[in-house]
Design a protein. Sequence first.
Length: 335
Amino acid sequence: MQTDTEELRLAWTALAGQDVADGWMTIPLGGAGPRFRAGIHYPGGYETLLVGFRGITTPKRADLPAGRGFTVSAVPEAAGNGFTQWIGVSRQPNAPDDMFTQMAADIVGSLAAHAGRAESWLFGLLLARIRAWQEFMRPPRAGILSPEAELGLAGELIMLEALIGAGADPGSVVDAWQGPARSLQDFLFAVHGLEVKTSLSVNGFPASISSLEQLDAAQGRLVLLAAVRLCMQQTGRTLPEIVTGCRALLSALTMSLNAFELQLLNAGYFDSVSAEYVRTFDLVDIRIFPVDDAFPGMLRSLTRPEIRSAEYVLDLDLVSVPSITVADLTSHGVF
């Protein structure tokens, strides 16, 4: 749900080089509605996306995101078109203009897709999208996922596809997908937490457990551990192809697609560098283990309080407790 980046570039080009000593030059983004304007503030002359709101309290400067190549500010002098408050997102000097354009297009597309929501909710979405982009651009990230992160994201997305293929409601699955937001488990359903571990290993299935809490039941959720084994085959799919497949599953669900895109940003996935991901993954199998008393995990609830923290590696090929399939999750009440 992204607006045409070319429209933004054309608008900023039309505004550039004007003989203006001080003040704003703006132009509406025709395809996105009156809430959005492209602008340039002189002196300085750096590109700005202006977003209008009605009835929100003027935010304090300290409450607005800052840094990572752009600034965010309240722009009272731009008020108009029925909007009482405008927020400007401006590119900083030396920041790459192509990435800023992508961010601006993503913000416009996200808010336009939720045009019927309350103004305060839309303002919160604006801040959430900006902070997601800040996290994406945080050093030392160079815009490309590490091989380990690429594999992990591929596994989570393949699990997302499998859940929908097994009959789970697509919107509920996207809402449950919280791995990129650094939740304890990758999918948080109403009663179950589903943690996904992905491996290319042929001999053994090493699964790194990051904490005593990761597999422990929390907030009334039962924990399931999914072992997603992939192999690299020419007939497989690259990470961008897997992303495209997920988008196709969600194409009719605007709100879910936007939530999905936000989690991709949180995960550090960016379409502009998709050509860098050339490994092709094929699914071998998915085994799911209920984390119960028979499961060989180190859990906070079963660990003496003197042990403050622990990380460990499980070989899931050696786990003797019975596993279930994705199709079995229905009878277990996951969806």
